[in-house]
Design a protein around this ligand. Sequence first.
Ligand SMILES: [Zn+2]
Length: 303
Amino acid sequence: MKNYRLRFLLFVAALVLALVAPAAGRPKAGAAAPQKARPPQSLRVYVFDCGTLHNSDPARYRFKKEELATMEMSVACFLVAHPKGTLVWDTGAVPDSSWTATGAPSEQHIVLPDSQQRDLTVRKSLQGQLAELGYSPANITYLVLSHYHWDHTANANAFAGATWMVRQVERDAMFAAQAPGTTQPATYAGLRNSKTVILKEDEHDVFGDGTVVIKSAPGHTPGHQVLYLKLAKTGGVVLSGDLYHYPEERKLDRVPTFDFNEQQTRASRMMIEAFLKQKGAQLWIQHDFAGNAKLKKSPEFYE
Ligand SMILES: [Zn+2]
């Protein structure tokens, strides 16, 4: 009799665990939420829509309005999924927490700490786009920001539990008593205590197989970097960070007025152009409105 009661209690305990445990890990979205994504067989990259930035001042980029096909800028975020882990590259311009994604475009007005103002349209939250693929910030192995400007860091805090890969000069500037201009320090404050890998070499091979390589490309900011992806079907792709913004910068050799070091920017551009040639790789200019519009967006991907 005693034995029977013990077995019954164990059965009840197992039942309760089976019912409660999966619910605890379920995302808020509820019934529609997909299963947790499995690691892919080979490298892939997802392009997320992190909004459109309505730039109104081409002079900051040393252009006259008529020299540009459009003043609009795309804001792109990327998920790199490798068999050995995941990497988020750049986190957008508008924190998910500051608006509610309904499916309709949402107009956002941002006032930076130095009183500069920006207008954007956002359509999808970053975490919503991750969730659509079965990922949550807790599934992200590495966070890498091309650089510290506000339109790349908005959702950085969400990934404070990932391992952050950054250069010492960039990190020092981000957490200096006086943060650099065009930053939103509150959006990345959580990274201060993140597990951090300080990148010292010009190239860092993230997964050790040459398919995901962070490359130093300073100038726009002190520790600005770009990401090289060696994709099996697509071929080589370099995610530009802000090495360029408008594609016309590349043709007309213009450097923004607010770069940390213009000389360094020019040297980095020459180095990356040579690298692209050597690898036969494409350059995806993250803010290039027309170029970005042509890219497949998540849940489609490049492999
Ligand atoms: Zn920038």
